[in-house]
Design a protein around this ligand. Structure first.
Ligand code: TXA
Ligand code: MG
Length: 320
């Protein structure tokens, strides 16, 4: 079983020995290995049970260090990096040959980000290589936002979980790249589109519903609980499920519904704060998935700000 602790030196030693370590970030926990060592990267895919056509994000500690791994850093993207790193933003940049094919799944761009977490930044500073880190969950399941989430699913397979507490943002990073000088958002995430637009003007959003060869990993069914996850109007869904005598749980934005056991319902933010809802989302989905209900009934958030990224995750959880 993985040890859980705050020992950066221990994490560093394991990573230098080609082992994997779960690391905290502000978005979700990552399953990290030496990004420049194809064997360590292969172990990440194997441990997560992830198909090799789904490329990984390279994590480093500063804009300056990014230059070691990319051929160029277009001005518009650099402005975003300067404004939002460290933070929940991933940039797609032309890769240098030093980045193994396995990291990018053979694509000519590499995804890079500087995460915002003091422990992980200190770890990255101390290493002389960047870390490849997908979310630290088995492929297709809900991303982990606390050390216990990682331990529950990957604890048998990895030696160490660096304990940075609960993730502040709770949604994966927003993925951005350039297509013919236009800024394109490939994955909605913890950095709001409106924040990006304040710096670079209007952007194009290519979400998972459009066919998207640039991000083959953005598969439709993702972030999925094991139980049926049904999205719709909660009052109606609850009435139908009571009628059918089904054993259900409820995931709402802010409301609690009468007559449902407290353990079977979670409101993501009783005060209707989308940041709070984002932070609570994945832990709530896990808790209800582990509970004794047969199905989870859920509703969409307002389609504004972080609500768009939350709704993207909810819709994917509902795809079966
Ligand atoms: O917040 C995050 O981004 C977290 C933390 C750990 O940093 N990481 C994360 O990694 O969410 P992962 O592997 O679960 O999701 C990364 C996504 C994949 O769906 C993949 O398709 C896309 O990034 N991606 C990675 N490299 C890419 C590339 N070269 N071109 C296009 N898409 C890429
Ligand atoms: Mg993931």
């Amino acid at each position: 079983m993985a040890e859980i602790g705050k020992d950066i030196e221990k994490a560093k030693q394991l990573l230098e020995e080609r082992d994997l370590v779960a690391i905290p970030t502000e978005t979700v926990y990552g399953l990290a290995g030496n990004a420049l060592d194809a064997e360590a990267v292969a172990l990440i895919f194997e441990t997560k049970n992830r198909p090799s056509f789904d490329p990984l994000i390279l994590h480093t500690s500063s804009i300056e260090r990014v230059e070691d791994f990319v051929e160029s850093f277009p001005e518009k993207l650099k402005m975003l990096a300067e404004n939002f790193w460290p933070g929940p933003l991933t940039l797609l940049l032309p890769r240098k040959p030093i980045v193994p094919d396995l990291v990018t799944s053979g694509l000519d761009r590499v995804a890079v980000r500087v995460p915002k977490h003091p422990l992980t930044l200190a770890l990255l500073e101390s290493l002389d290589f960047p870390l490849a880190a997908p979310s630290a969950n088995p492929f297709g399941y809900i991303s982990p936002t606390a050390p216990a989430h990682v331990a529950a699913q990957l604890g048998e397979k990895i030696p160490y979980i660096l304990d940075g507490g609960a993730c502040e943002v709770g949604l994966e990073s927003t993925i951005v790249g350039l297509e013919e000088d236009e800024i394109v958002v490939y994955r909605l995430g913890g950095l709001e589109v409106s924040e990006i637009e304040k710096i670079v003007g209007p952007v194009i959003i290519k979400d998972h519903s459009s066919s998207n060869p640039q991000a083959p990993g953005l598969l439709e069914s993702h972030y999925a609980p094991r139980k049926p996850f049904i999205l719709g109007d909660l009052r109606q869904l609850i009435a139908e499920n009571i009628e059918a005598k089904s054993n259900f749980a409820v995931l709402s934005y802010s409301d609690y519904f009468p007559g449902i056991l407290p353990g079977n319902q979670i409101a993501l933010s009783p005060n209707k704060n989308l940041h709070e809802a984002a932070k609570n989302l994945f832990a709530a989905m896990r808790k209800l998935d582990e509970g004794n209900s047969a199905v989870i009934l859920a509703e969409l958030m307002p389609e504004v700000g972080l609500g768009r990224a939350i709704n993207d995750r909810l819709r994917r959880a509902a795809v079966k």
